[in-house]
Design a protein around this ligand. Sequence first.
Ligand code: NAD
Length: 336
Amino acid sequence: MKTYLVTGGCGFIGSNFILYLFKKYGEENTIINLDKLTYAGNPENLRSIEKLPNYIFVQGDICDEKCIREIFNSYEIDYVVHFAAESHVDRSILSSKEFVVSNVLGTTVLLDAARKAWLCGDDTYLTGKRYLQVSTDEVYGALGATGYFSERTPLDPHSPYSASKAAADLLVKSYYDTHKMPINITRCSNNYGPYQYPEKLIPLIITNCLIKKPLPVYGDGMNVRDWLYVEDHCRAIDLVLEKGIIGEIYNIGGHNEWTNIEIIKIIISYLHNYYDTSIDESLITFVTDRKGHDRRYAIDATKIEEELGWVPIVSFQEGIIKTIEWYIANLDLIPV
Ligand code: NAD
């Protein structure tokens, strides 16, 4: 029996992670979900478990020291799984302050609260405690046509979003180096699946197709991302919490590279064949490229595969169909 503090649990990956914990472990753990409910947070995502006695929702801000202190005073937290963040690159290009506040300051507030609650001597901590920072491959910058990001790749973030995530990663690592705090950092490639706010590529394209709006494609559409089904990411986080070596960083990736335009055509083709023949490539609209748009991301996940035995189990073909079908079934819940 563990008590988890999950931050950002009403967002895309956080809500999938909480549902995954209930699916895998039943009701044996206590899950506290702390979420500010920004535009990206939707409590509806957790409707199926919200009445369970061992699920506790707290609406609050990770930057609010008093709120965080009260949570640590009220519950014996074993695991902090820190998802909460401003997460959209385009928004960070328009205005970066909120990214620094939530992603960097918020992380230090959580680290300090966890450290204080778990410290039981001079840089020694209660056993079984773990702080996991959920980070992104975007902290490594961009790749050319070949090569992969490993955990040893130097950080070289290009957008205000990825810069704020890299800053947070460095703070988390510093709490291990300085204070020996029991931390891990995971850096994952692009996720897709249910419950994602429709501003990111895959849910945006699916929902725009469903409501017959133009499909905006940045630049030439040839930017490459490595896509991972969200449940495979949740499984990896669970594994790192249970078996990861304290202080280590683990890359998580799908070995599943696609250009943006390929992804868009796959979605159109599925919807055209199985949903509505009027959905076709005429909806594609090329728009001015994103400023500083990273060309390619690709993860070398050898470390988590060899040391912890993790591999992705949902194929892209299966995952993209599940995702499209979920958006079709839940279109009325999606802010479009
Ligand atoms: P999201 O934008 O869907 O959800 C973020 C959640 O955090 C929302 O529920 C929001 O309300 C909450 N939040 C934001 N600021 C907060 C604050 N100050 N206090 C409390 N709650 C706050 O994001 P996501 O796509 O689920 O990403 C979750 C984490 O995973 C992020 O840290 C992101 O950097 C990382 N990540 C995402 C991806 C991806 O493909 N989406 C890939 C790798 C890593």
